[in-house]
Design a binder for this molecule. Structure first.
Ligand code: NAD
Length: 332
């Protein structure tokens, strides 16, 4: 299967490619297109390039001309769109980049997929996978039930609004043009290769280096956390078995307040490195002014995904956190 991966040097995209190259190498030929923003993991380029079924092209998905050339020369069976501006805080100060990549870029990929399929014999098997987020469903209260695939969209940040727009474009390319597209919504991912601007790498880095851990507001906001490898496994299931026109939620079944998360990570770090002189939790945390429009809680119902495949995709959170901590402290 020939797969275009956009944003394949980013956190989730690079874990996706790494997993495929290491575990399903013979099944896929991958073309990674990434514009290599500040969020790209460039250290992985030589590692990936050792594989003959992997190719990389530095390309911006907002360049229609480039994207068109890539479709015609590579003839993909599937495109999976990870490319995005992904950090909510940045979307508050630099929204234009989010509109450009997340909305205009997705529009170009959809339109070029449609054009490509008009002339290709792959129309019956082709899939367009749009990677989206639980944040499009907006903020839940503590008593609200988890968001299902047919829950209303209520995005609150420029980031989630740009992702919601891209989802609507993707659905409309299915309804209007029959483009066989699938949308996935995942919870907050954690694991190796995530940029240090994000919460979990920041907690690990600051705690181990005896720096304060900044926590928004009162630390009671709730997020659902999924290990990036679990998300990758779920994505492969959806690629194989998912139905065009459908949305699949990929939840982590693991809701924690930000303070609970910090506490779990700090406890794990203390256990892994008992000889390190580390602060108490109350000394380590510094409450900072809340993010404007900060959503209180995200939670997703993943029953639809669980019905798609019998094999469970979720690993044990504590084990995955230990693996993640060790990667940031000992490998990165
Ligand atoms: P990331 O910021 O780590 O990586 C994004 C990648 O896209 C980078 O390599 C960057 O260079 C590339 N990129 C950015 N703009 C581009 C452009 N115009 N053209 C080509 N490449 C471009 O993001 P991530 O955390 O890996 O997220 C991947 C996708 O998953 C995003 O669509 C995001 O919305 C979604 N998502 C992420 C999470 C999470 O917790 N990280 C949760 C749910 C959904």
């Amino acid at each position: 299967m020939k797969v275009i991966v956009t944003g394949g040097l980013g956190f989730i995209g690079c874990n996706f490619i790494k997993y495929i190259l290491q575990s399903h190498n013979e099944e896929y030929k991958i073309l990674n297109i990434d514009s290599v923003t500040y969020a790209a993991n460039q250290s992985l380029i030589p590692e990936f390039e050792r594989f003959i079924n992997y190719d990389f092209q530095k390309t911006d998905i907002t360049s229609q001309k480039e994207v068109r050339k890539i479709f015609s020369s590579f003839s993909p069976d599937l495109i999976i769109n990870f490319a995005a501006e992904s950090h909510v805080d940045n979307s508050i100060t630099k929204s234009a980049e989010f509109i450009n990549t997340n909305i205009i870029g997705t529009h170009i990929l959809l339109e070029e997929s449609r054009r490509y399929l008009e002339k290709s014999d792959k129309a019956d098997s082709f899939k367009f996978i749009q990677i989206s987020t639980d944040e499009v469903y907006g903020s839940l209260s503590i008593t609200d039930s988890s968001s299902c695939e047919n829950s209303n969209y209520k995005p609150n940040s420029p980031y989630s609004a740009s992702k919601a727009s891209a989802d609507h474009l993707t659905s409309s390319w299915f309804r209007t043009y029959g483009l066989p597209s699938i949308i996935t919504h995942s919870s907050n991912n954690f694991g190796p290769y995530q940029h240090k601007e994000k919460l979990i790498p920041k907690i690990i880095d600051n705690y181990i280096n005896n720096k304060k851990i900044p926590i928004y507001g009162d630390g009671k906001n709730i997020r659902d956390w999924i290990f990036v490898s679990d998300n990758v496994k779920a994505l492969l299931t959806i690629m194989k078995l998912g139905e065009p026109g459908e949305i699949y939620n990929i939840g982590g079944d693991n809701e924690l307040t930000n303070l609970e998360l910090v506490s779990k990570i700090c406890d794990s770090i203390k256990k892994i490195y008992p000889d390190k002189d580390l602060a108490t939790l109350s000394d380590a945390v510094e409450f900072v002014e809340d993010r404007p429009g900060h959503d209180f809680r995200y939670s997703m119902n993943s029953d639809k995904l669980n019905k798609l495949s019998n094999s469970p995709y979720l690993s044990n959170f504590e084990d995955s956190i230990v693996e993640t901590i060790k990667w940031y402290v000992e490998v990165e």
